[in-house]
Design a protein around this ligand. Sequence first.
Ligand code: CDP
Ligand code: MG
Length: 718
Amino acid sequence: MAAKKLYACRKFFRAAVNKSHGENLPVMPSMAQGELKSSVLNSKSPIASRFRMRQKIAEHRKSLPIASVEKRLIEEVQKNDILIIVGETGSGKTTQLPQFLFSAGFCREGKMVGITQPRRIAAVTIAKRVAEESDVELGQRVGYSIRFDDCTSSYTRLKYMTDGFLLREALLDPLLSRYSVIIVDEAHERTVHTDVLLALLKEVQRARSKHEGVQTKAGDEIGVKRNGGVLRVCQGRKVSPLKLIIMSASLDARIHVEEKPGDILVFLTGQDEIESVERLVKERLEHLPEDKRKLLPLAIFSALPSEQQMQVFAPAPTGFRKVILATNIAETSITIPGIRYVIDPGFVKARTYDPSKGMETLDVVPASKAQSLQRSGRAGREGPGKCFRLYPEREFEKLEDSTKPEIKRCNLSNVILQLKALGIDDIVGFDFIDKPSRGAIVKALTELRLLGALTDDCKLEKPAGEQMSRLPLDPVYSRALILANNQFNCLEEMLITVAMLSVESIFYDPREKREEARTSRNHFASVEGDHLTYLSVYRESNEFLEKRKTESSEAKIDKIMKKWCKDNFVNNRSLKHARDTYRQIREHVEQMGFNVSSCGNDMLEYRRCLAASFFLKAAQRQMDGTYRALESGEIVHIHPTSVLFRSKPECVIFNELMQTSKKYIKNLTRIDHLWLAELAPHHYKTDDEMNDLTQDDCFYSVRDGTPTEANVKGKLFV
Ligand code: CDP
Ligand code: MG
C-alpha cells in the first residue's frame, strides 16, 4: 500500500513539473516519501498548491467518522437491498457514501448513484463539495439537478438532486433504470416528496429484482404497482436490481460548553425577518467602537440565488466573525464550517394547509423539540460550542417532540397529480408512510378536477392534466400557463407573472423608509392590482437592461442593475431569481410546443386569464369593508403591501392567504365578479342561471356572505 502511494505521488509530481515548468527537478527513485512530500509542499507553483489542497482534502476525508467504516458499509449495501443509515450530522454520510459506492463499482456500465435532498441548496452545495473532493469539474462525474437548474452531463455518475426532481424523473422513466443505487437523504425531514418517493421506490425495486437480467425494449410493461398503474420501460436495456439507501441524521448528545472565538448561526423564520435583522445588525455595528465592528452578517434562505447562498461557506476575513442569519435550511441539510455559537429563538415558519377550508397558510409556529436539539447541535461541530435558546426552559418541555410530516399538513394537489401521472389511481389505498387524512385527499382531488387536471371520475385529463404534471409548478400555475396559451393569448405575460410570484418578495421595504419606497415605486403601481404592477417592474427592468446590454460588460450591467433596483426599492436578488425562473419555465413550455405570444396592451385579456386561472381564490368585498374568500367563506383583509390596499375594489382574485395578526390576502388583481360565472361556469353561477338548476345541482349563495344552501358542488353569486 505504502509503495503504491509513493509511486502515485511521484508520478503526479513529475508530471506536474514537466507540464507546468519544464524544469527537471531531481525526483530520484530512491527519494523517501517524506522528502518528496516536503519538497512538494514547499514549492510555490500552482500545481504544488493544488497538490497541497488535494492532500488537505484527503486528510479531511480520512478524518471523518464514516471513513473508518467504508468497507463495512459497502458490504452491507452489497448484501441488502434496503439499508437505513443513521449518523450524526457532519459525519460524512452525504458527501462520502456516494464516493465509496463509485469506487466500489456501483457506477459501472453507465449506471448512476442518485442522492436526493429535500432542499435545493443542499443538492447544489454538496455536489460542488463532492466534485471538489473527487477533483472533477462539477457537472461531469459529479453533478446536480434541481428545478430550473440542471448541472449534469452524460458523464455524470453521482447525481445530487431534490426529492421532487427524482419524482418528476420517475414520470419519464418509471423504472429509474439508469440508477443502480438511490440514496434518499435527510429522510427524517419527512417532506411530502420523500414520503411519496419511498413508497414509489419500493415498487420500482420490486419490479426490477423480479425481472433481473431480462433484456427489455422501450414500452415493455414489467410491473404493476400495488395501487394501480404499470411500470413501463422507457429505454430498452437489461434490467438490473436497484439498491435503496435511506439516510437520516441522529440527534446529537448535547455539548461541553466553553466559549472561544467562532462564528454565530442565528435561526430565523424567513426572508423578511432575516433581512430586517441583517439591517439591524449593520446599524448597530456602526455605533460600536472601531475595533468591535468586525462582525460580518450573512443571510441564507432558500429563495436566495445560489451564488449568494455560497457566501456563507467562505471563511470570514481575518479577524472577523461571521454571523449567519438562516432559516431552518441550516438545521440539517447544510453544514457551515466554523460555527461555534447558535442562537435559537425557537420559532419556525411552517406552511400549513387546512383541507376543510382549502386554505394554505404560512404561520410562524414554535419549533419542535427535535428541531431545537438539531439547531443546538449545529454549534461546535468542530470544537466546543454554545447554544442560546431565547425561551424559558419550561417552554422547551411543552414543545411537540417532532415536526408533523409535511404530507399531513400541506396541499396535496401537486403530489396527487404526480401520482396520477405515474399511473397510480387508487390514492386512498396508496402505501403512504403517514397517510394524509381522507379529507385532505378528497379536497385535493376536488381541486384537481376543478382545475381541469382530472376528469370527473378522477382519471388524468389529457392533455391538460398530463401537461400540468410535467411542469415543475403548482397545478394552479400550470393551469394559468395552459389557459394563457390556449384561450387568452397572453402566455408571455403569464410566464412573467408565474416567475414573479415564485419569489418571496420582489420589493425591498425597509421599515424606516417605507414612504420613500412607496413614492419611488409609484410609477409601477397599477390600479388593477399587484399582478400588473409586477409585470411593469419586470418589463421596465428588462427595457433598462436591453438598452445597456450592447454597450457594457456583464459585470458593469450587474452593477447598474443593482443601482436601478436600489433606486426603485426593488429586491435585486429576487428580480434576478425571477428572471432566471422565467427563462426556465419558458424553456419548458416551448418544449411542450407552446408558442409564447403576448397580448400587448390588452390588459383586459390578461386579467380575464387571471380570473379564469385563480377562480378558486376569489374574494368579494362585504358591507363593512372586509372581504369574504368565496371558496372558504373566511373573512379576510387586503394586505397593506398590496397596491389595492386603499382602493378596495369590489371583487378580486388573490394568490396567497397569510395568517398573522389577521387573515391577509396578498398578490391581488381586481376582477369583474361576473367573469367568475362566465369563465368558471362549473364552479360559479349567476342568479339567472340558478333558476335553471335542479335541487341536485347544489350551488349556494355567497352574495350576502351567508350560505343559504350549504353544499359542496359550487357557489352562486350575484
Ligand atoms: O451527511 P453528513 O451530515 O453526515 O455529513 P456531510 O454532509 O457528508 O459532511 C461531512 C463533512 O464534510 C462536514 O463535517 C464538513 O466538514 C464537510 N463539508 C464541507 O466542508 N462542505 C460542504 N459543502 C459539505 C460538507
Ligand atoms: Mg447529510
